[in-house]
Each structure stands twice: as structure tokens, then as C-alpha cells.
Design a protein around this ligand. Structure first.
Ligand code: NAP
Length: 553
């Protein structure tokens, strides 16, 4: 057989494979924290389901983000799944804020324990999902040409999973090694003696910078806007502490259910101005010295709503930065001037500010000297050319809607979700959109789960969605779709929930802002700011009223 006929034979085989469509009741896209639990529930209730995952293994966020210093800012014991007492009792967290490898191991453990892997397919990057009205099915087309069809399509594709690079000329031309933090190599990167650039000072950049400052030759940080960062105060969990945590899981999860963010930290429901100054300052010192998000989410309630209150705490934190950075000029550059504390996501740090006291760490304010291009040997700003061996892009994500935009969803009448959401997401409860029957967007734009301690939020979304499917099964319904009025009402409500919050004017991923994406360099209403308890109540009410706002057939 000639080479040509072998090739054409192979092509025919591939075409045959492409024509063989695998069918399931439910397809879940994504094998991260959300997709894993959704699959567990679906199998538990006897649905025929498969998970399609782009990566080569489970983990989602924790599979991709392997950069040095990656860890979550949720207390580890509030991040695990709560659905299985046995799992809670057998898993030991090693640190109060676990690092990425441990969280990845945890998710792998969950998948193995509940035997979920046989129902997962890896290396499946979805290109297009098309709804067919006549058969009431979705067809999922993968980038490699394979196709899978299903009655119900669920997305568990993450909120921070569409990584974005800056639009500087020459990004592709750099001859050294460069990576976005999200697409970090699987094998360790050797920083020893290397000249390293980090672009970006969000939660990710702050973690990378702190983790590599003492491992590199020279580190140059290119900062556009500084963020208000506060100490994480991480430490190991002792055996006795873990035993105590295991005995208190009910209490811990009950506490998480009470707070707007699903963390153990909730606001002090009192204006800071009602508290004598001395008492207030003592409380702030205590918050600054305690682990986790308390300093942000456990503060006086007016700190995030009232400009004057916010300015008071902002001054307090600015002084903390001044006290930690030796060079006053560098300290001023690290202090945000365009937004108050907590109006963007607060990066939690470990000796981040102290990194700038090292002789090998340099800060470049790119407002003063903008980056003009990436060159084969490094970065050229308006002031000088820098040479680097490694460039780290900690430049963030096209958040919330980006992961939806990177694949196509074609609904009724050929209309795409991208078109529908061109001016911002329009959804019902963040869980579905009219014109897209049988598409359930778990943790989709404007869902309550998106603005909470993620596992706490998604457990709720998954359990609610499971009950919805059982309701459909019980009533013999095969088609579900949000109604247009319900969707309008929800979208208006989402907008209302931004009002009164200082974060609503800040340019950050929480307001859908990304300077590197056409059309997203403006504030958009992409998350739900009403808080987890309010969202939970709303979900319960919708269910009690026979899933009002959805039409069934
Ligand atoms: P991010 O907060 O959006 O930060 C991106 C950074 O890159 C910003 O400093 C941004 O500057 C800068 N940047 C973007 N485009 C640029 C450009 N063209 N030129 C120069 N600088 C540019 O993204 P992230 O740090 O990856 O964090 C995203 C979210 O992921 C976090 O807020 C958090 O929710 C989550 N996360 C969590 C953890 C954790 O739990 N510990 C850790 C990491 C990330 P501007 O501010 O000027 O736009």
C-alpha cells in the first residue's frame, strides 16, 4: 500500500470515528471541583452521564494552575466537599491554606474513592455545542472532530479558566521561556540564577513573586495597578487540630452557610463609626494578625459600602505596607491610589511586601514607563530594554463569561450564546438562558456560587440541579428552558445587587473587566452580589413553586 493510500485509509477511519456519535442522558463539560461533584450526584441517581475534560486528568483549576506559590485563600477545611462524612473523616489537610499539589491530590482521591474515573473522558476540548430542536438533543463537537450527543448539557467550565495574555507586540517573539501562570508546565521550572520578569500583580502574581523572589537570580516585576494585599498567616495543621476540625465539621459548614461569601468570615453588622476609635483600631490589628479573609470579609459592614468608612480602613492598610517596605518610594508604588481596600479581590500574601526589600527584586511601574513590546531577548519599556531568561504572565483571565465564549453554544434558531451575551450575561439564576433548552450552566455567570467560597457554592448548585432533574424525571419532562420574563427579572436583580457596593465601580474581574479582551474593557454585571444565603433562599423558593421561571415540555 502506498503512503498516500495509508493516509487516506487513516482519514477514512477518523471520519468513521467522527460519525459514530456517543450518546448520554447528560454530558458535563469540565472535571474540576464542580464537574466531579455533579458527576457523583448524577451517577448516584442512576443517570447515564459522562464528563468531557480538556486536560489530561481531573482537577480543573487545580490541574492547570501549577505555578510556584499556588494555593487557595479559603481555609482548607472549608474547601473540601461536605457531602460525605466518610470523606471528611479520612482526609487530613496538612496546612490551613493548602497548596495546589495537595488540593489536586484531594480531588484525585475523591474521584478514585467514588469510582468516577470510568465516567470521565480526558483530552476532550470542546469546540461547539449545538441544540437540535427536532430531536431535543445537544451535540457536543470536540476540537479533534469527535462528537457526543446528550439530552441535557451541563457546563462546569470554571470562572477563571480563560487565561488572557497582554496584547503587546512581540509576545510570540520571545526566545526564552514564557508562560501564563494558568498554563504552567507540569515539570518543575528551574529558576536558579535566572533573570525573570513577572507581569501582573493580582492574587496570582503576588503568590508567584513571593514564592520565587529568593530562588531567582534577578526578578523584575512589571506592575500596572497595585492591589491591596494582606497577610494570609498560613501554617501547618497539627494532628490535634485536624482531629478537632473533624469533630466540628457540622459547625464549620453551618457557619459557612450563614455568611455572604460561604467562608467562616462574615461581616460585623455594625458601622465602624459606632465603635470607639481605640476599639476599632484594636479590632483591625487583630484582623491583620489573623489568618485568611477576615481582614476583608470579617470587617465592619460599611467598609465595603461607604466611601468614608472604606477610606478609614484603607489608610490603616496603607500604613501597614509603608511599615513593611524599606524604600518609601517603592512602598508608595505598591499602595493603590485608584481604589479603596477590598473593592477588588484582596490577594492574600506571605511576605509579599518584604520581597521588595531584597536586592535582587525590582519594581517597574508601567504607568510611568509603559511596556512597548516584548522582544526576542526580553521586554522593552519607554525607558529601557530589559533582558530576561523567563517571562511569567500573571495577567489573569477573561473571567466568568470567557470560558463560555471560547466554545460555541448554538441554541434555538441558530442563535449563539456569544451573541445573546454580547452586552453582558443574561441568565436565569445563573443556571440557564432562554433560547438554550436543556443547557444547565452550573456556576455560570451571575450564579450565586460564582461569588462564594467555590465548593460551598457549587455543592448547592449541584444539589439543586440534581433535584431539578429528578423533578423532570418524575413528571416525564424532557425539555426545560428558562422563560424570557424570569430571565429579565433575574438579570435586573443582579444589576440591583451591584448598587451600593463600592466594588461595582472598580475595574476588576469581579466586574467583568479585562483590558486584553475586545469589548470587556468596561464594567459588566457578571457575578451575583446578593450573598449566598439570599441566593439559597431564592433557589428554594423557585423549587417550592414547581421550578417557577422555567418552562417544561
Ligand atoms: P487578576 O487579578 O485579574 O490580575 C491580573 C494582573 O495582571 C493585574 O495586576 C493586571 O493589572 C495585570 N495585567 C493584565 N493585563 C495586563 C497588561 N496588558 N499589562 C500589564 N499588566 C496587565 O488575575 P489573577 O491574579 O490571575 O487572579 C484572578 C483571580 O483568581 C483572583 O482574583 C482570585 O479570585 C483567583 N485566584 C485565587 C487565588 C487564591 O485563592 N489564593 C490565587 C490566585 C488567583 P490591572 O490590575 O491594572 O488590570
Amino acid at each position: 500500500m502506498s503512503d498516500i493510500s495509508t493516509v487516506s485509509g487513516r482519514r477514512a477511519e477518523q471520519a468513521d470515528q467522527a460519525d459514530q456519535i456517543e450518546h448520554h442522558d447528560v454530558v458535563v463539560i469540565g472535571a474540576g471541583v464542580c464537574g466531579i461533584f455533579m458527576l457523583y450526584r448524577l451517577l448516584e441517581h442512576g443517570f447515564d452521564a459522562t464528563v468531557l475534560e480538556a486536560g489530561s486528568d481531573v482537577g480543573g483549576t487545580w490541574y492547570w494552575n501549577r505555578y510556584p506559590g499556588a494555593r487557595f485563600d479559603s481555609e482548607s477545611y472549608t474547601y473540601g466537599y461536605s457531602f460525605s462524612e466518610e470523606l471528611l473523616q479520612e482526609w487530613n489537610w496538612s496546612e490551613h491554606f493548602a497548596p495546589q499539589p495537595e488540593t489536586l491530590r484531594y480531588l484525585q482521591h475523591v474521584v478514585a474513592k467514588f469510582d468516577l474515573r470510568p465516567h470521565m473522558q480526558f483530552g476532550c476540548r470542546v469546540a461547539r455545542n449545538t441544540y437540535d430542536e427536532a430531536s431535543n438533543t445537544w451535540t457536543v463537537e470536540l476540537q479533534d472532530g469527535r462528537r457526543v450527543s446528550c439530552r441535557v448539557l451541563m457546563t462546569a467550565i470554571g470562572l477563571l479558566s480563560a487565561a488572557t495574555l497582554p496584547r503587546y507586540p512581540g509576545v510570540e517573539s520571545f526566545a526564552g521561556r514564557s508562560f501564563h501562570t494558568y498554563n504552567w508546565p507540569h515539570e518543575p521550572v528551574d529558576f536558579t540564577g535566572k533573570r525573570v520578569a513577572v507581569i501582573g500583580t493580582g492574587a496570582t502574581g503576588v503568590q508567584v513573586i513571593s514564592a520565587i523572589a529568593d530562588r531567582v537570580g534577578e526578578l523584575t516585576v512589571f506592575q500596572r495597578r497595585p492591589n491591596w494585599c494582606a497577610p494570609l498567616h498560613n501554617r501547618p495543621i497539627t494532628e490535634a487540630e485536624m482531629a478537632d476540625i473533624k469533630s466540628r465539621y457540622d459547625e464549620i459548614f453551618a457557619r459557612c452557610r450563614e455568611t455572604p461569601g460561604g467562608f467562616i468570615h462574615g461581616p460585623v453588622r455594625q458601622s465602624m463609626f459606632e465603635v470607639p476609635e481605640e476599639e476599632r483600631l484594636a479590632f483591625w490589628e487583630e484582623l491583620y494578625a489573623s489568618p485568611g479573609f477576615g481582614v476583608w470579609l470579617g470587617n465592619y459592614i460599611d467598609m465595603l459600602m461607604d466611601e468614608r468608612a472604606n477610606a478609614e480602613f484603607t489608610r490603616f492598610i496603607a500604613d501597614k505596607i509603608r511599615a513593611r517596605v524599606n524604600d518609601p518610594e517603592v512602598a508608595e508604588k505598591l499602595i493603590p491610589k485608584d481604589h479603596g481596600f477590598g473593592t477588588r479581590r484582596v490577594p492574600m500574601e506571605t511576605r509579599y511586601f518584604e520581597a521588595y526589600n531584597r536586592d535582587n527584586v525590582h519594581l517597574v511601574d508601567i504607568n510611568e514607563t509603559p511596556i512597548e513590546e516584548i522582544t526576542p531577548t526580553g521586554i522593552r519599556t519607554s525607558a529601557q530594554a530589559y533582558e530576561f531568561d523567563i517571562i511569567v504572565y500573571a495577567t489573569g483571565f477573561d473571567a466568568i463569561t470567557g470560558s463560555f465564549d471560547r466554545m460555541e453554544f448554538v441554541g434555538v434558531g441558530g442563535r449563539t450564546l456569544r451573541e445573546k451575551w454580547a452586552e453582558g450575561p443574561v441568565t436565569y439564576l445563573g443556571l440557564g438562558a432562554s433560547g438554550f433548552p436543556n443547557l444547565l450552566t452550573l456556576a455560570g455567570p451571575t450564579a450565586g456560587s460564582v461569588s462564594t467560597n467555590f465548593p460551598r457554592g457549587i455543592e448547592e448548585a449541584v444539589d439543586w440541579t440534581t433535584r431539578l432533574l429528578l423533578f423532570m424525571r418524575e413528571h416525564g419532562y424532557e425539555r426545560i428552558e428558562p422563560t424570557a420574563p424570569a430571565e429579565r427579572e433575574w438579570t435586573d436583580h443582579v444589576k440591583e445587587m451591584y448598587a451600593g457596593l463600592l466594588l461595582s465601580n472598580a475595574r476588576s474581574w469581579m466586574t467583568g473587566y479585562n483590558s486584553n479582551v475586545e469589548g470587556h474593557d468596561r464594567v459588566r454585571h457578571v457575578i451575583y452580589n446578593g450573598g449566598a444565603p439570599r441566593f439559597r433562599k431564592r433557589l428554594a423558593r423557585v423549587a417550592e413553586h414547581g421550578y417557577e421561571g422555567f418552562s417544561f415540555a
